[in-house]
Design a protein around this ligand. Structure first.
Ligand code: MOS
Length: 736
């Protein structure tokens, strides 16, 4: 179906199943450890071999010689795959990174070989015997050194115009009576998902089947086909359960590419996982940024000029981190200028990580807004309320579909007790703790994309849904099942959701927080067709047919749903496509984050004491799953604020802290009670579901809320993430 007018009343609005806080339908499999992950689809009858990847020991240059005799002679070794025997390899469309394509080394830990052996231990032992000679070239590893010279990238690298102008920014900024001009830095971050990248690949003639762990099945098939140089229809990918992704498993990584190549070479199924220590330098990451923000305002707090100049680095041809995405639509102001620039860095590829662009962009913008409020002598909530806009100030002034940002701010301020915040920093103490409150706004694009689904009704009245959508821990299974249950008028116990198979109808998968709204809309469309088929089979006039309580009713007749499939299963398939509503309306999700921190007056130790998120994302299909998404995002945001940073060795060119001992993420002991609530709204411009995604919104704005709270507690403004105690200590109020 084509969706090109705002949705009217429809079966979803009954809210018998949709809109209810629903447990995960696959939850028991997860908590009992019986949901099979990619590495666990081990068929004991298959003569499976194990692959271990050898990563490059230099950052840039080429392999001049491979010494493989020792590895090949080691016990159990079946083959050593290198660029010499891998066959011609291309590269996928979404990443610039390459796997074993030639002797060139683009970044540290890029795969140079994969050792295949009878057991994992044998493969790992033999991998340590591979000797590689390299010719090194000088690389570029220092982002800050390129601030003055880095160019504006082509449109293709920034995913849109890298520069946007409205009015006369420079003139208005120079004329503004109150001004801010500050530069903020965000570090390289790792996705650090629980489950490593892992694949089992097996060939049957020229057909390839892979159990793997990726977020977008359609991208995976496309990119694997491009990498291997085979048609897409010879590839089947299966990712029914995924142990987290955060954007790091968008599509093909080295495990999938090399497992497929190795399995082809040895004529057996091959299993490959990236070791944790390889993931940081061998895959993608969120790239570090340097962001200069300028804001000009009238004395009474109205923004007249807003400018954002942002730099990140990447491998040649790599993409730009779109940090200015939020600055464009978020606040009013007649004169605006945003620019993205791109430096060349010979480090692993920078690419999508949860809320790419918006998360690091808001880390800068929302500290700047806090600083500006202070210069104006205004409360930060009131400053944001005053500069709210109901039209997108950069997209020709089109209206937002819905924008309850002010409601998020006011609800949050009230619920959090914001009026108890000390407006003067470093004035509130609780024993040894300096206590402060901070807040920040959140905005994240509400995207939606073409999405298919197939639904089947059997004679028992069971509805089975098939979509190539993935569930990366977000709750996709559950919202798919809820949607089908609501549409067909049955309970959740009568619905089976099947996900993560590339042979199922195509969806956009899990990315850009568009999976939830897109896939449920596709299921809606397919269920509409199934309802028509049911009515027809039962000889009902489809205009007055009602589906409820497992029954189908028309006029005076009521029959069990399953009766429509007595003579054989009924199957319906459809794809929902979206018209131009996203061009007529600015579609965004909104939120406000509030944080209270304590900072030890002597040691500078920072503890988050409590946090609140108020979010607006259209209809919330499953408030329980959505809350989990938001508190997960808040946890990740606390990590971004206080802990996470990959350190670059600028001499040798790699991320040094490439394990979970050195790359710190929050643990339970770091996270206090987190409160997350949703504004009651529906957005009929999105889809018949009237829903938007929440998976990335929950992260946006969290880190600056924490950073602003640290400032309020201590009076020390840190503009360089993460906010760690070493950046506070010599400026603490009690410091001698
Ligand atoms: Mo998300 S980084 O778009 O998977």
């Amino acid at each position: 179906m084509k969706f090109d007018t705002p949705a009217g009343r429809n079966p979803i609005d009954r809210l018998k199943v949709v809109g209810r806080p629903t447990d995960r339908v696959e939850g028991h499999l997860k908590v009992t450890g019986t949901a099979p992950y990619a590495y666990e689809w081990h068929d004991p009858r298959a003569s499976l071999a194990y692959g271990v990847i050898v990563g490059a020991g230099i950052a840039k240059g080429r392999v001049s010689a491979l010494h493989l005799d020792e590895a090949k002679a080691a016990p159990g070794v079946v083959a050593v795959v290198t660029h010499e025997n891998a066959g011609p390899l291309g590269k996928g469309a979404f990443y610039v990174q390459r796997f074993l394509a030639d002797p060139k080394v683009d970044h540290y830990h890029q795969a140079v070989a994969a050792v295949v052996a009878e057991t994992f231990e044998q493969a790992r032992a033999a991998a340590a015997l591979v000797r590689v000679d390299y010719v090194s070239e000088a690389g570029r590893f220092d982002l800050a050194a390129q601030w003055d010279t880095a160019p504006v990238p082509p449109e293709s690298a920034s995913g849109g115009p890298p520069e946007s102008v409205v009015g006369d920014f420079e003139g208005a900024f120079a004329a503004a009576p109150v001004r801010l001009d500050e530069t903020y830095t965000t570090p390289d971050q790792a996705h650090a998902m629980m489950e490593p990248h892992a694949t089992i690949a097996s060939w049957d003639g020229d057909r390839l089947t892979c159990h793997t762990s990726i977020q977008q099945m359609n991208w995976g098939v496309r990119d694997l086909a491009l990498t291997l140089g085979i048609p897409k229809n010879r590839i089947r990918l299966l990712s029914p359960y995924i142990g987290g992704g955060f954007g790091g498993k968008g599509t093909v990584q080295a495990d999938l590419a090399l497992a497929a190549v190795a399995a082809r070479l040895v004529g057996r199924p091959v299993k490959v996982a990236l070791q944790r220590t390889q993931m940081f330098n061998a895959t993608i990451h969120r790239p570090a940024t340097i962001q200069r923000i300028r804001i000009g305002a009238t004395r009474d707090g109205r923004i007249t000029a807003i400018g954002h100049d942002s730099l990140n680095g990447n491998l040649p041809g790599g993409r730009t981190e779109p940090t200015t995405a939020s600055t464009k639509p978020f606040y009013a102001g007649a004169n605006r200028w945003t620019r993205l620039r791109l430096a060349t860095l010979d480090l692993a590829e920078g690419n999508a990580m949860r809320a790419p662009g918006e998360a690091p962009g808001l880390m800068a913008l929302e500290i700047a807004m806090d600083e500006m409020a202070e210069r104006l002598g205004m409360d930060p909530v009131a400053f944001r309320v005053l500069n709210d806009t109901q039209v997108d100030p950069m997209q020709g002034g089109i209206p937002f579909s819905t924008r309850p940002f002010v409601e998020c701010l006011r609800t949050g301020a009230k619920r959090f007790g914001w009026d108890r915040r000390a407006s003067r920093p470093a004035t509130l103490r609780d024993g040894r703790w300096l206590v402060g409150m901070g807040m920040a706004g959140a905005i994240r694009a509400a995207k939606i994309a073409t999405s298919g689904a197939r639904v089947r009704l059997d004679g028992r009245g069971v509805v089975t849904v098939e979509v190539d959508m993935t569930d990366i821990g977000t709750g996709s299974y559950t919202i798919v099942a809820q949607t089908a249950a609501e549409m067909m008028g049955v309970g959740l116990d009568r619905v089976v959701a099947r996900l993560g198979d590339s042979d199922f109808p195509e969806t956009p998968g899990s990315g850009g927080q568009q999976g939830g709204p897109s896939v449920t809309a596709g299921v809606y469309a397919a269920c509409l067709k199934l309802r028509e088929a049911v009515a027809q089979r039962l000889g009902f006039n489809s205009d007055d047919v009602a589906f409820a309580d497992g029954m189908v009713r028309s006029g005076n007749r009521a029959v069990p749903l399953g009766q429509a499939a007595q003579a054989g299963d009924l199957v319906a398939e459809d794809t929902i496509e979206f018209g131009d509503l996203s061009k007529r309306f600015a579609q965004q999700t909104f939120g406000a984050h509030f944080a209270e921190v304590g900072v030890d007056a002597d040691t500078g130790e920072i503890r988050v004491r409590r946090m609140l998120a108020v979010c607006a994302a259209g209809r919330i299909i499953n408030p329980k799953a959505a809350r989990s998404q938001v508190i997960g995002g808040m946890t990740m945001g606390i990590g971004a604020a206080l802990m996470e940073r990959m350190d670059v060795d600028k001499r040798r060119g790699f991320f040094v802290n490439h394990d979970l001992a050195g790359y710190e993420v929050p643990v339970h002991a770091d996270i206090p009670h987190l409160d997350a609530v949703f504004v009651d709204e529906v957005d009929p411009t999105m889809s018949p579901m009237k829903a938007k995604g929440v998976g990335e919104l929950g992260l946006c704005g969290v880190a600056p809320a924490v950073a602003n709270a640290v400032y309020n507690a201590t009076g020390v403004r840190v503009r360089d993430y993460p906010v760690t105690l070493d950046k506070l200590l010599d400026r603490m109020p009690d410091a001698a």
